[in-house]
Design a binder for this molecule. Structure first.
Ligand code: ADP
Ligand code: ZN
Ligand code: ZN
Length: 835
């Protein structure tokens, strides 16, 4: 990219301030500053930030003098210009700042932090009236020796205690000075690698050299080992041999190696190494599609010709993934990039293995459990794919990215396809912090901007998506049979209210579910049980006085976790020991109310003592590979019954699952949310989809007190359309999306009365402008989280009204209210299309 000449640069600072800021380009940087590169600028009185250059121009800003750019960090852009229109759309639509997008987009390793450094003052001479005390002298010597120290290094120095106080004295006496310095947190990982000079790289010279080393047998042996490990004489490209590896494998000391280095026989060089594992396995052919799948593929391709977005509505296990693979392959062959989005937890080894088996090294994975340095490397591999001058696709770059929602912000320059798998999943929505974007909707815009078709796939589309697909805005392709015609599971209900009344319940199990599990265990088949709550019991209660322990910071009862005998707040993480006795009346009779996954696990182990039972929820999957380990054990048949939350509903394929039980469907249906029924349907249909494989029809048992609930009937009949018709009619009647747009406004304050007052003022002002389109203010179900009271408002806007205009008006009103004295401490967050 050619640098643009210009005197001014508009930069994005990583702060929630609107717009860009203009700096002048100093002479020494003239012609070097490029769009998408990072620079360091002073912002405010003393602070320095790394900022991103958005535009370079010659328009002198009016009314103020610009400050210069302090420093240029990148010679080449780290964000291609193609990304900016997407960022701008995010800011406009989701009502946030470019700085907030910058923060969400860049891995922290590419964001710079400022760090204070203490520098030795070389001009300093001790004055007789300001002599250094012994402790000051000690610290001064440390700083002088190193020339400069960071605050964190200072805290680790000789004077662990009081070092800051002593530092202040040294500053006062002029012995040291302080400097704000930018620190790049990403460092290349390097390793010492052994190399053989080129002159020795032939059989003859090597034999001579080995002969010469006869008198130093250890050196000779080390060289021989190197030759063996590197296979340098047998291969065009030698294997990389690290110093560590060589010394470890021979047990010879580094001193011997140094001897060889001194003789110029071997050399040790620092080499950048990849943190990312590369795929070394075999590359498989893409599967042949079945006639139904080929038909769906053709429908999709036809749709791509006229629609920018297409929905693939295919029942669970119909082979949607096989179709994505075909499309991805074609796109990669054209030399274009592909983005394949998955929900957070869907990114398992199962899908990764399936894709890498076909696409090998071209595929990169991007998700939140990667550490920062790994993310920077992925970023660079996507960036260099697009920037390569040597034609497309150098071996080590990523052409296909499989990732969770934040993968949208990777530096793509030439996307040819975006796949959004399980598009209905709500983990695509970012809640906090801003930008509160929906990855599916943002992917549609990204595809539009890069002229790449977008394919949404799911067995249970979001109501909005299905509306768009059936009203002609999106294309639609359908797959209504499972691969190899495996039957859809048989779904039945079990009335637990009735069973309780008759005292037939076996812990959490109705007689029906109990018998089915018993049968499955006898046949050596596996069982999945779904319970929507984790922990042991959602709350504990005093039998005598009714006291329920609540979180000190949130308006919510504490969940009992038995394994560590603690009460935990699932909203803020606050944790305390089980009190043992009632805080109010001192009674010892504290009973567990309701049941979570942990309790189900414990109780089932009593009922089925010989079964191998395991649990998959947030508590058992916190580690980087926690989730995968459980899945692996389940696949290997090391688990008979798997109990889990939402996590067990995600597109996993298990061969041997014959029974799926939903322990309490009422929990799902009774959520106070206009999407509760839609979500219940999706969850039940998805978890049901885990049962029934190759040669056997699976069975799903739904425990509920309302076996005739319309949603449950829809699930039983596997009738998505009926669910959709019911829901879309309600959405229309009650003015919800997709017929109306919604914007949520959340207010938070430490003082309840203040919150009430300001919420009242804001809603009154909004009503003046928007009338009956304003709903609320109301307390949400959990009305206090992390010490802050919460109230919510919503604006419902007709599709015909300009949403841009409405947002501007809304912002003006919010700004006015915030300006009033006394209202400054309110926190107001905007959520466009809240879900
Ligand atoms: P979905 O994504 O719709 O849930 P999958 O693509 O995971 O369905 O397919 C379900 C199972 O059937 C997978 O194990 C997959 O490998 C297999 N399968 C589907 N289509 C084919 C095909 N055309 N050839 C071979 N196996 C297939
Ligand atoms: Zn009590
Ligand atoms: Zn809490």
């Amino acid at each position: 990219m050619i640098p643009t000449n210009g005197q001014y640069a508009d930069v994005i600072v990583p702060l929630p301030v609107a717009g860009c800021f203009t700096y002048n380009v100093p002479d020494e940087l003239n012609g070097q500053v490029v769009q998408g590169a990072r620079v360091i600028v002073q912002f405010g009185m003393k602070k320095f930030y790394s900022a991103l250059v958005h535009e370079i121009h010659n328009r002198k800003p009016e009314g103020y003098n610009t400050k210069p750019i302090e420093h240029l960090i990148d010679a080449k852009p780290i964000i291609p210009v193609t990304c900016f229109p997407f960022w701008e759309w995010i800011t406009g639509y989701y009502h946030c700042t470019l700085g907030e997008v910058l923060k969400a987009a860049l891995p922290s390793g590419l964001k710079l932090e400022s760090e204070t450094r203490i520098n030795y003052n070389s001009d300093y001479t001790e004055q007789s009236d300001q002599k250094l005390t012994p402790r000051e002298q000690l610290l001064f010597d440390v700083i002088r020796e190193k020339h400069s120290l960071s605050i964190s290094e200072l805290n680790n120095s000789v004077l662990k205690k009081n070092s800051i106080a002593i530092l202040k004295e040294l500053l006062g006496k002029g012995a040291v000075s302080i400097e704000e310095e930018m620190k790049e947190s990403y460092r290349l990982k390097t390793e010492s690698v052994i190399e053989l000079p080129e002159r020795l790289q032939n059989e003859k010279f090597i034999h001579q050299t080995l002969d010469l080393l006869k008198k130093t047998p250890l050196q000779q042996k080390l060289l021989e080992s190197y030759l063996g490990l590197s296979e340098i004489l047998n291969q065009k490209v030698a294997n990389v041999v690290t110093k560590k590896e060589l010394l470890l494998s021979t047990g010879i000391s580094a001193a011997v190696l140094n001897g060889l280095v001194k003789k110029n026989i071997l050399s040790v060089v620092n080499q950048k190494v990849d943190r990312l594992a590369t795929y070394k396995g075999e590359i498989n052919e893409v599967s042949e599609l079945s006639p139904a799948q080929s038909d769906a593929l053709n429908q999709i391709k036809l749709s791509f010709e006229s629609k920018s977005v297409t929905l693939l509505h295919g029942v669970t296990s119909s082979g949607k993934t096989e179709i994505y693979i075909k499309l991805i392959k074609e796109c990669l062959e054209e030399g274009k990039q592909v983005l394949y989005l998955l929900p957070e937890i869907g990114l398992t080894t199962q899908i990764i293995n399936r894709l890498t088996r076909v696409f090998g090294d071209k595929a990169g994975i991007y998700h939140s459990k990667f550490n920062d340095s790994e993310r920077v490397e992925i970023w660079n591999k996507v960036l260099s794919f697009g920037s390569s001058d040597l034609g497309k696709s150098p071996e080590s770059d990523y052409q296909l990215i499989v990732g969770t929602r934040s993968a949208l912000f990777l530096p793509f320059q030439d996307l040819g396809l975006i796949v959004v798998d399980e598009e209905h999943d709500n983990s695509y929505k970012q809640y906090d912090p801003s930008p509160r974007y929906h990855a599916r909707d943002a992917a549609i815009i990204l595809g539009h901007l890069q002229h790449a078709p977008v394919l949404l796939g799911t067995a249970t589309p979001a109501v909005e998506t299905y509306y768009n697909a059936t009203s002609g805005k999106f294309g639609l392709a359908t797959l209504s049979e499972r691969h190899q015609n495996i039957e859809m599971p048989e779904i039945v209900t079990a009335d637990f209210k009735d069973a309780y009344r008759r005292k037939q319940m076996n812990s959490h199990l109705t007689p029906l579910l109990f018998n089915e599990i018993t049968g499955a265990l006898e046949r050596k088949e596996q069982v999945i049980l779904f319970q929507n709550r984790r922990g042991f019991s959602p709350f504990i209660e005093c039998k005598m006085c009714g006291w329920v322990p609540k979180c000190n910071h949130c308006d919510v009862s504490l969940t009992y976790h038995k394994h560590n005998n603690s009460l935990i707040c699932h909203y803020c993480g606050y944790s305390t020991n089980h009190p043992g006795t009632c805080n109010t009346c001192g009674s010892k009779e504290l009973t567990n109310k309701g049941f979570g996954t942990e309790k189900v696990e414990e109780d089932l182990q009593v009922i089925f003592p010989d079964a191998k039972i395991d649990r998959m929820d947030l508590d058992t999957t916190r580690s980087k590979r926690g989730f995968e380990k459980i899945i692996h054990r389940f696949e290997q048949g090391e688990i008979d019954i798997l109990i889990g939350t939402q996590m067990v509903t995600k597109g996993l394929d298990f061969e041997n699952v014959s029974i799926v039980g939903i322990l309490n469907a009422d929990n799902l249906l009774n959520q106070p949310d206009f999407r509760a029924y839609e979500r219940s349907y999706q969850l039940m249909a998805q978890v049901g989809g885990r049962s029934g494989r190759k040669n056997k029809r699976g069975k799903v048992i739904i425990q509920t007190s309302e076996p005739t609930h319309p949603i449950i009937i829809n699930v039983i009949n596997n009738d998505y359309e009926a669910m959709y018709r019911g829901q879309i009619a309600e959405r229309k009647h009650f003015k919800y999306p997709p017929f109306y747009r919604m914007i949520g406004i959340t207010l938070k304050h430490r003082e309840k009365t203040e919150l009430d007052r300001i919420a009242q003022e804001l809603s009154a002002n909004l009503r003046e402008r928007f009338g009956a389109r304003i709903l609320g203010p109301e307390y949400p179900v959990i009305s206090r989280i992390k010490m802050l009271y919460i109230k919510q408002l919503w604006i419902k806007i007709e599709r015909e009204i300009s949403v841009v205009h409405a947002k501007r008006q809304m912002q003006e009103i919010i700004d006015q209210v915030k300006m009033h004295s006394g209202n400054k401490t309110i926190q107001i967050g905007i959520d466009v299309d809240p879900i």
